[in-house]
Write a protein that binds this ligand. Structure first.
Ligand SMILES: C[S@@+](CC[C@H](N)C(=O)[O-])C[C@H]1O[C@@H](n2cnc3c(N)ncnc32)[C@H](O)[C@@H]1O
Length: 290
Protein backbone atom coordinates (compact mmCIF):
# COMPACT_ATOMS: atom_id res chain seq x y z
CA UNK A 1 0.00 0.00 0.00
CA UNK A 2 1.31 3.42 -0.90
CA UNK A 3 1.02 5.99 1.87
CA UNK A 4 0.61 9.66 1.10
CA UNK A 5 3.18 12.13 2.47
CA UNK A 6 0.45 13.30 4.86
CA UNK A 7 -0.02 9.78 6.27
CA UNK A 8 3.74 9.25 6.55
CA UNK A 9 4.10 12.55 8.34
CA UNK A 10 1.30 11.78 10.74
CA UNK A 11 2.79 8.33 11.51
CA UNK A 12 6.23 9.82 12.06
CA UNK A 13 4.85 12.55 14.28
CA UNK A 14 2.99 9.95 16.34
CA UNK A 15 6.11 7.83 16.79
CA UNK A 16 4.79 4.98 14.61
CA UNK A 17 7.76 5.19 12.24
CA UNK A 18 10.68 5.52 14.59
CA UNK A 19 13.27 5.17 11.83
CA UNK A 20 11.99 7.90 9.50
CA UNK A 21 14.97 10.10 8.72
CA UNK A 22 14.86 13.79 9.56
CA UNK A 23 15.28 14.51 5.86
CA UNK A 24 12.21 12.42 5.00
CA UNK A 25 10.29 14.11 7.77
CA UNK A 26 11.31 17.55 6.51
CA UNK A 27 10.28 16.58 2.96
CA UNK A 28 6.90 15.31 4.16
CA UNK A 29 6.36 18.48 6.17
CA UNK A 30 7.23 20.59 3.18
CA UNK A 31 4.77 18.64 1.00
CA UNK A 32 2.09 19.09 3.66
CA UNK A 33 2.74 22.84 3.76
CA UNK A 34 2.45 22.92 -0.05
CA UNK A 35 -0.82 20.95 0.04
CA UNK A 36 -2.20 23.27 2.72
CA UNK A 37 -1.21 26.33 0.71
CA UNK A 38 -2.91 24.92 -2.38
CA UNK A 39 -6.05 24.25 -0.32
CA UNK A 40 -5.93 27.81 1.02
CA UNK A 41 -5.56 29.28 -2.46
CA UNK A 42 -8.31 27.03 -3.81
CA UNK A 43 -10.57 28.09 -0.93
CA UNK A 44 -9.82 31.73 -1.54
CA UNK A 45 -10.60 31.30 -5.23
CA UNK A 46 -13.80 29.45 -4.34
CA UNK A 47 -14.74 32.34 -2.10
CA UNK A 48 -14.09 34.79 -4.90
CA UNK A 49 -16.22 32.72 -7.25
CA UNK A 50 -18.97 32.70 -4.64
CA UNK A 51 -18.59 36.47 -4.36
CA UNK A 52 -20.10 36.70 -7.81
CA UNK A 53 -23.46 35.77 -6.29
CA UNK A 54 -24.18 38.40 -3.64
CA UNK A 55 -27.13 36.35 -2.50
CA UNK A 56 -24.80 33.53 -1.50
CA UNK A 57 -24.53 33.46 2.29
CA UNK A 58 -21.12 31.76 2.09
CA UNK A 59 -19.70 35.01 0.76
CA UNK A 60 -20.21 36.60 4.18
CA UNK A 61 -17.50 34.33 5.58
CA UNK A 62 -14.34 35.90 6.90
CA UNK A 63 -11.43 35.96 4.47
CA UNK A 64 -8.37 35.11 6.52
CA UNK A 65 -5.92 36.05 3.77
CA UNK A 66 -2.55 34.43 4.31
CA UNK A 67 -3.02 33.64 7.98
CA UNK A 68 -3.22 30.10 9.37
CA UNK A 69 -6.81 30.20 10.57
CA UNK A 70 -9.99 32.24 10.41
CA UNK A 71 -9.85 32.44 14.20
CA UNK A 72 -6.43 34.07 14.14
CA UNK A 73 -7.60 36.68 11.67
CA UNK A 74 -10.75 37.29 13.69
CA UNK A 75 -8.53 37.77 16.74
CA UNK A 76 -6.48 40.46 14.95
CA UNK A 77 -9.61 42.21 13.75
CA UNK A 78 -11.30 42.17 17.12
CA UNK A 79 -8.31 43.03 19.30
CA UNK A 80 -6.63 45.71 17.24
CA UNK A 81 -8.15 46.54 13.87
CA UNK A 82 -11.83 47.14 14.68
CA UNK A 83 -11.27 48.97 17.99
CA UNK A 84 -8.83 51.33 16.27
CA UNK A 85 -10.77 51.81 13.04
CA UNK A 86 -12.12 55.35 12.68
CA UNK A 87 -15.92 55.61 12.52
CA UNK A 88 -16.05 56.87 8.88
CA UNK A 89 -13.89 53.92 7.83
CA UNK A 90 -16.36 51.51 9.44
CA UNK A 91 -19.04 53.31 7.42
CA UNK A 92 -17.15 52.82 4.15
CA UNK A 93 -16.54 49.17 5.05
CA UNK A 94 -20.24 48.69 5.70
CA UNK A 95 -21.19 50.54 2.52
CA UNK A 96 -18.90 48.14 0.61
CA UNK A 97 -20.02 44.97 2.44
CA UNK A 98 -22.57 43.94 -0.18
CA UNK A 99 -20.58 45.03 -3.21
CA UNK A 100 -19.83 42.05 -5.49
CA UNK A 101 -16.15 43.09 -5.54
CA UNK A 102 -15.88 43.86 -1.81
CA UNK A 103 -12.80 41.64 -1.43
CA UNK A 104 -10.85 44.31 -3.33
CA UNK A 105 -11.12 46.79 -0.46
CA UNK A 106 -8.11 47.29 1.78
CA UNK A 107 -8.61 45.27 4.95
CA UNK A 108 -8.82 47.09 8.31
CA UNK A 109 -5.62 45.48 9.67
CA UNK A 110 -3.66 46.54 6.58
CA UNK A 111 -5.28 49.95 6.96
CA UNK A 112 -3.77 50.40 10.42
CA UNK A 113 -0.33 49.65 9.02
CA UNK A 114 -0.76 52.18 6.21
CA UNK A 115 -2.02 54.82 8.62
CA UNK A 116 0.93 54.23 10.95
CA UNK A 117 3.39 54.69 8.08
CA UNK A 118 1.65 57.85 6.88
CA UNK A 119 1.99 59.29 10.37
CA UNK A 120 5.62 58.17 10.70
CA UNK A 121 6.67 60.12 7.60
CA UNK A 122 4.32 62.98 8.47
CA UNK A 123 2.85 62.62 4.99
CA UNK A 124 1.42 65.70 3.37
CA UNK A 125 1.37 64.89 -0.33
CA UNK A 126 0.41 61.40 -1.47
CA UNK A 127 -0.62 59.36 -4.51
CA UNK A 128 -3.05 56.46 -4.56
CA UNK A 129 -3.55 54.17 -7.55
CA UNK A 130 -6.71 52.07 -7.17
CA UNK A 131 -9.47 53.78 -5.18
CA UNK A 132 -12.50 51.46 -5.50
CA UNK A 133 -15.01 52.61 -2.83
CA UNK A 134 -12.37 54.62 -1.01
CA UNK A 135 -11.37 52.72 2.14
CA UNK A 136 -7.63 53.34 1.77
CA UNK A 137 -8.31 56.79 0.32
CA UNK A 138 -10.35 57.92 3.32
CA UNK A 139 -7.83 56.32 5.65
CA UNK A 140 -5.10 58.36 3.94
CA UNK A 141 -7.15 61.56 4.05
CA UNK A 142 -7.67 61.07 7.79
CA UNK A 143 -3.98 60.33 8.43
CA UNK A 144 -2.15 63.04 6.45
CA UNK A 145 -1.59 66.58 7.67
CA UNK A 146 -4.48 69.07 7.75
CA UNK A 147 -3.10 70.84 4.65
CA UNK A 148 -2.30 67.53 2.92
CA UNK A 149 -3.32 66.50 -0.62
CA UNK A 150 -3.94 63.15 -2.29
CA UNK A 151 -3.82 62.48 -6.03
CA UNK A 152 -6.31 59.59 -6.17
CA UNK A 153 -6.47 57.66 -9.44
CA UNK A 154 -8.90 55.03 -10.67
CA UNK A 155 -10.01 54.03 -14.16
CA UNK A 156 -13.59 54.09 -12.91
CA UNK A 157 -15.43 56.63 -10.74
CA UNK A 158 -18.22 54.20 -9.92
CA UNK A 159 -16.71 52.87 -6.69
CA UNK A 160 -15.61 56.33 -5.56
CA UNK A 161 -19.22 57.54 -5.79
CA UNK A 162 -20.18 54.95 -3.15
CA UNK A 163 -17.65 56.23 -0.63
CA UNK A 164 -17.87 59.93 -1.52
CA UNK A 165 -20.80 60.87 0.77
CA UNK A 166 -18.92 59.33 3.71
CA UNK A 167 -15.71 61.14 2.73
CA UNK A 168 -17.67 64.40 2.53
CA UNK A 169 -19.29 63.78 5.93
CA UNK A 170 -15.84 63.13 7.40
CA UNK A 171 -14.82 66.60 6.18
CA UNK A 172 -11.78 65.55 4.15
CA UNK A 173 -12.99 65.77 0.54
CA UNK A 174 -10.97 68.97 0.02
CA UNK A 175 -7.77 66.93 0.42
CA UNK A 176 -8.62 64.69 -2.54
CA UNK A 177 -7.96 65.27 -6.22
CA UNK A 178 -9.77 62.30 -7.80
CA UNK A 179 -8.67 61.54 -11.37
CA UNK A 180 -10.59 59.03 -13.47
CA UNK A 181 -7.89 57.64 -15.75
CA UNK A 182 -5.32 54.85 -16.04
CA UNK A 183 -2.66 55.23 -13.34
CA UNK A 184 0.37 55.10 -15.64
CA UNK A 185 -0.96 57.92 -17.81
CA UNK A 186 -1.55 60.15 -14.81
CA UNK A 187 1.95 59.51 -13.44
CA UNK A 188 3.41 60.35 -16.87
CA UNK A 189 1.44 63.58 -16.87
CA UNK A 190 2.63 64.45 -13.37
CA UNK A 191 6.22 63.90 -14.49
CA UNK A 192 5.74 66.00 -17.64
CA UNK A 193 4.02 68.86 -15.87
CA UNK A 194 6.26 71.72 -14.99
CA UNK A 195 9.28 69.60 -15.83
CA UNK A 196 8.65 68.86 -13.05
CA UNK A 197 7.66 70.54 -9.88
CA UNK A 198 6.10 67.24 -8.97
CA UNK A 199 9.42 65.35 -9.00
CA UNK A 200 10.61 64.35 -5.54
CA UNK A 201 7.58 66.07 -4.05
CA UNK A 202 5.40 63.19 -2.81
CA UNK A 203 5.81 61.74 0.68
CA UNK A 204 3.86 58.59 0.11
CA UNK A 205 2.34 56.38 -2.59
CA UNK A 206 -0.02 53.40 -2.35
CA UNK A 207 -0.33 51.17 -5.41
CA UNK A 208 -3.33 48.82 -5.36
CA UNK A 209 -4.31 48.34 -9.03
CA UNK A 210 -2.99 47.20 -12.39
CA UNK A 211 -0.68 44.55 -10.89
CA UNK A 212 1.02 43.55 -14.15
CA UNK A 213 2.33 47.10 -14.47
CA UNK A 214 3.88 47.40 -11.01
CA UNK A 215 7.40 47.62 -12.42
CA UNK A 216 6.37 50.57 -14.62
CA UNK A 217 4.73 52.34 -11.67
CA UNK A 218 7.87 51.77 -9.66
CA UNK A 219 10.14 53.64 -12.07
CA UNK A 220 7.79 56.62 -12.20
CA UNK A 221 7.19 56.65 -8.45
CA UNK A 222 10.93 56.58 -7.81
CA UNK A 223 10.98 59.99 -9.47
CA UNK A 224 7.83 61.39 -7.89
CA UNK A 225 8.39 60.27 -4.29
CA UNK A 226 11.03 62.12 -2.31
CA UNK A 227 14.04 60.52 -0.65
CA UNK A 228 12.83 59.12 2.68
CA UNK A 229 9.29 58.79 1.30
CA UNK A 230 7.32 55.55 1.28
CA UNK A 231 5.83 53.50 -1.56
CA UNK A 232 3.53 50.59 -0.68
CA UNK A 233 2.63 47.88 -3.19
CA UNK A 234 -0.33 45.65 -2.37
CA UNK A 235 -0.89 41.97 -3.30
CA UNK A 236 2.80 41.09 -3.51
CA UNK A 237 2.22 37.57 -2.18
CA UNK A 238 -0.60 36.96 -4.65
CA UNK A 239 -2.70 34.63 -2.47
CA UNK A 240 0.43 32.64 -1.57
CA UNK A 241 0.81 31.48 -5.20
CA UNK A 242 4.25 33.12 -5.50
CA UNK A 243 5.65 30.22 -3.47
CA UNK A 244 3.86 27.44 -5.37
CA UNK A 245 5.08 25.57 -8.44
CA UNK A 246 3.41 27.02 -11.52
CA UNK A 247 1.89 23.61 -12.34
CA UNK A 248 -0.48 23.77 -9.36
CA UNK A 249 -1.47 27.42 -9.81
CA UNK A 250 -4.96 27.91 -11.26
CA UNK A 251 -4.91 29.20 -14.86
CA UNK A 252 -6.56 32.51 -14.00
CA UNK A 253 -3.82 33.32 -11.47
CA UNK A 254 -0.79 32.48 -13.61
CA UNK A 255 -0.44 35.78 -15.44
CA UNK A 256 -0.51 38.05 -12.39
CA UNK A 257 1.59 35.62 -10.34
CA UNK A 258 4.34 35.74 -12.98
CA UNK A 259 4.39 39.54 -12.95
CA UNK A 260 4.37 39.69 -9.16
CA UNK A 261 7.25 37.19 -8.89
CA UNK A 262 9.30 39.27 -11.35
CA UNK A 263 8.37 42.44 -9.50
CA UNK A 264 9.35 41.00 -6.11
CA UNK A 265 12.74 40.07 -7.56
CA UNK A 266 13.16 43.52 -9.03
CA UNK A 267 12.42 45.17 -5.67
CA UNK A 268 14.75 42.86 -3.80
CA UNK A 269 17.62 43.94 -6.10
CA UNK A 270 16.83 47.66 -6.24
CA UNK A 271 19.58 49.52 -4.35
CA UNK A 272 17.53 52.74 -4.38
CA UNK A 273 15.10 51.46 -1.76
CA UNK A 274 14.89 49.83 1.65
CA UNK A 275 12.13 47.20 1.67
CA UNK A 276 10.01 45.06 3.96
CA UNK A 277 7.49 42.52 2.68
CA UNK A 278 4.71 41.74 5.13
CA UNK A 279 2.07 38.98 5.02
CA UNK A 280 -0.78 41.35 5.85
CA UNK A 281 -3.84 41.03 3.63
CA UNK A 282 -2.59 39.60 0.33
CA UNK A 283 0.98 40.67 1.12
CA UNK A 284 2.26 44.23 1.06
CA UNK A 285 5.74 45.46 0.27
CA UNK A 286 6.82 48.68 1.90
CA UNK A 287 9.62 50.57 0.15
CA UNK A 288 11.47 53.58 1.55
CA UNK A 289 13.31 55.62 -1.03
CA UNK A 290 16.98 55.94 -0.13
C1 LIG B 1 -8.05 46.53 -5.39
S1 LIG B 1 -9.09 47.84 -5.92
C2 LIG B 1 -8.54 49.17 -4.92
C3 LIG B 1 -9.01 49.05 -3.50
C4 LIG B 1 -8.86 50.30 -2.69
N1 LIG B 1 -7.47 50.63 -2.47
C5 LIG B 1 -9.59 50.18 -1.37
O1 LIG B 1 -8.99 50.32 -0.29
O2 LIG B 1 -10.81 49.95 -1.41
C6 LIG B 1 -8.45 48.18 -7.51
C7 LIG B 1 -9.03 49.38 -8.21
O3 LIG B 1 -8.14 49.73 -9.25
C8 LIG B 1 -8.84 50.20 -10.37
N2 LIG B 1 -7.97 50.04 -11.54
C9 LIG B 1 -7.77 48.94 -12.30
N3 LIG B 1 -6.85 49.19 -13.26
C10 LIG B 1 -6.45 50.47 -13.09
C11 LIG B 1 -5.52 51.30 -13.76
N4 LIG B 1 -4.82 50.88 -14.81
N5 LIG B 1 -5.35 52.55 -13.30
C12 LIG B 1 -6.07 53.01 -12.25
N6 LIG B 1 -6.96 52.26 -11.57
C13 LIG B 1 -7.15 51.01 -11.98
C14 LIG B 1 -10.12 49.40 -10.36
O4 LIG B 1 -11.14 50.14 -11.03
C15 LIG B 1 -10.38 49.19 -8.87
O5 LIG B 1 -11.30 50.15 -8.38
Amino acid sequence: MLLSPMSLLSMAENGIMGNMTSQNLATAKSVRRGEETIKTVAKSIDTQIMEKGPENRESQKINKGLLQTDELYQYILETSAYPREAEPLKEIRNATANHPKRLMATAPDAGLLISLLLKLVNAKKTIEIGVFTGYSLLLTALSITADGKIVAIDISREGYEIGLPIIQKAGVEHKIDFIEAPGLLVLDKLLEDVQSEEEDSFDFAYVDADKDNYKNYHEKLMKLVRVGGIIIYDNTLCGGTVALPESVVPENKKFIRKHIIEFNELLSKDPRIQISQIPVGDGVTICRRL
